[in-house]
Design a protein around this ligand. Structure first.
Ligand code: B12
Ligand code: SF4
Length: 431
């Protein structure tokens, strides 16, 4: 079967830019579409292409005419969901291909894609379920019962067959098709530093349930680690790429597997640098693990500090403490690991809270602070808590840089403070 996998364009919209001319908040991100490369890996035997509309925004039409796909698969985060529906309509107008949508938004709000221009929605890990679905369709079965997937039925509820995700869904034995994006590779660089950056997955899911986070539905709350040998294989495949981002939502969540991986990287003589998202409490519990990773190339960790006091952290169900966060910062500074610190600004912030956050980041010498705006993403606990307060339902704005519930401060002032924090963080940034 000819299968086209589509990475949507950078389509998020920006309230501060559109309403107040503040252009510094909206950022354009780019890196390889690992989800599509991973799916392609397990579609061996089929003719698969990837079109990355973040690199070539106008390339869909050409890909549809040149390749004439029989199946088109889209991935989408929440701010891409509406654009994907529009592009699915274009696919239906131009081809007879079946359309399948998967990824974060499909996993968190599958009903959103229960539309005539979509044929199947895939929820959660898709490497194995997509393969099963494609095999059945190729056999001529137009109504396959595959767990984790649902045929669309506009006007009626989706009949999703639940899937119990396990390491089988990682299909470790087949590598991502990194080669399918070779022609885009020069665009996949570390923002503003022009260093080539590649993506590798070493674990999926997260056992925590922070109220704002949309990761849990992807594995139904399970944490699954990849085979060490397959992670090493993937790192080696990205031969020409000096910096690897482990895309795991919660890297090193299984410390003994993480240590074995570090040893395997050392034994393989791989000389690269790594970025990983880790929890602060893991750093405090396992400083020796972080030290070992530092020795094998860990350059920076992304840590979701989110808030700076215990009360706010408790509200988020973060299972973290301000004191532990401080200890983690101290350990990382001592080990020479750069800290990329995620902080979430509530639309409820007043001026003092903005100031307190700015001072905290300066005092703690967080090398690269990343600030997002608390956003009730569909499928999260926060969404259920805040549903009645949401004043902006246009998913294009769900980029985590817009307030979609009313701000306590005058809205323009809120964004001015937000822009000032970003500017300061950026000016002082070290990576
Ligand atoms: C790498 C990454 C990026 C990259 C690359 C993404 C790309 N496609 O080009 C870049 C830097 C471009 C990016 C951009 C953004 N990102 Co981002 N990103 C990530 C990150 C760290 C890893 C994603 C990944 O590669 N995972 C590995 C793959 C293998 O897993 P996966 O995507 O879940 O895919 C599996 C399944 O979901 C499924 N699947 C996925 N797609 C499909 C498609 C089909 C057809 C099928 C069948 C199955 C399927 O099968 C896959 C294999 O099992 C995640 C956080 C995380 N750890 O997950 C955030 C994350 C996805 N990003 C997020 C966000 C918000 C953004 C941005 C809006 C900016 C921002 N503030 O970070 C922009 C979007 C820009 C826009 N379009 O306007 C949020 C999404 C929240 C939401 N509900 O929308 C996440 C979850 C982080 C977070 N803060 O919570 N991102
Ligand atoms: S924010 Fe991090 S720790 Fe919390 S549920 Fe999401 S991935 Fe897990």
């Amino acid at each position: 079967m000819r299968i086209l996998l589509v990475n949507p364009p950078n389509c998020g919209r920006s309230i501060p830019e559109e309403r107040y001319g503040i252009t510094s908040i909206k950022k354009i991100f780019r890196s390889e579409p690992l989800a599509l490369e991973a799916l392609a890996g397990n579609l061996y035997g089929h003719e698969v292409r990837i079109v990355d509309l973040k690199v070539e925004p106008d390339a869909l039409k050409m890909a549809l005419t040149d390749f004439a796909p029989e199946l088109v698969g889209f991935t989408a985060v929440t701010c891409e969901a509406q654009t994907v529906l529009t592009m699915a309509t274009q696919v239906k107008e131009m081809t007879t291909a079946r359309v399948i949508v998967g990824g974060v938004h499909a996993s968190c709000q599958p009903e959103f894609f229960n539309q005539p221009q979509v044929d199947f929605v895939v929820v959660g890990l898709g490497k194995l379920s997509l393969r099963e679905l494609v095999d059945e369709l190729e056999r001529g079965n137009t109504t396959p019962d595959i767990a984790g997937t649902a045929p669309t039925a506009p006007g009626r509820p989706l009949q999703l067959i639940p899937r119990t995700y396990s390491t089988a869904d990682l299909v470790n034995e087949v590598a991502p098709r990194y080669d399918l994006v070779d022609h885009y590779r020069s665009h996949y660089t570390l923002e503003s530093m022009d260093i080539p950056l590649g993506l590798v997955s070493s674990a999926v899911g997260c056992p925590y349930d922070c109220h704002f986070c949309c990761i849990s539905p992807i594995t139904a709350g399970r944490y699954l680690t990849a085979e060490i040998a397959s992670v090493v294989r993937d790192i080696k495949l990205l031969e020409s790429v000096p910096v690897i981002r482990l895309v795991d939502a919660n890297s090193f969540g299984n410390p003994s597997a993480a240590l074995k991986l570090a040893e395997a990287i050392a034994a393989a003589g791989i000389n690269k640098q790594y970025f990983a998202d880790v929890r602060a409490d893991l750093v405090v519990r396992q400083p020796e693990l972080i030290k070992r990773w530092r020795e094998v190339g860990l350059r920076a960790v992304v840590i979701g500090f989110e808030e700076i006091d215990d009360q706010a952290l408790r509200r988020m169900n973060k299972e973290a403490e301000a004191e532990k966060n401080r200890q983690a910062i101290e350990i990382l500074h001592r080990l020479g690991v750069t800290i990329v610190g995620d902080f979430i600004i509530s639309p409820d912030y007043d001026e003092q809270q903005f100031e307190r956050l700015g001072s905290y980041v300066r005092e703690q010498a967080i090398e690269l602070p990343i600030y997002t705006v608390l956003t009730p993403l569909p499928g999260t606990l926060l969404y259920r808590q805040m549903a009645s307060q949401i004043c902006n339902h246009d998913l294009d704005y769900y980029t985590l840089t817009n307030a979609v519930v009313p701000t306590r401060l005058d809205e323009e002032l809120f964004y001015q403070h937000y822009a000032a924090l970003l500017r300061e963080g950026h000016d002082e940034a070290k990576l």
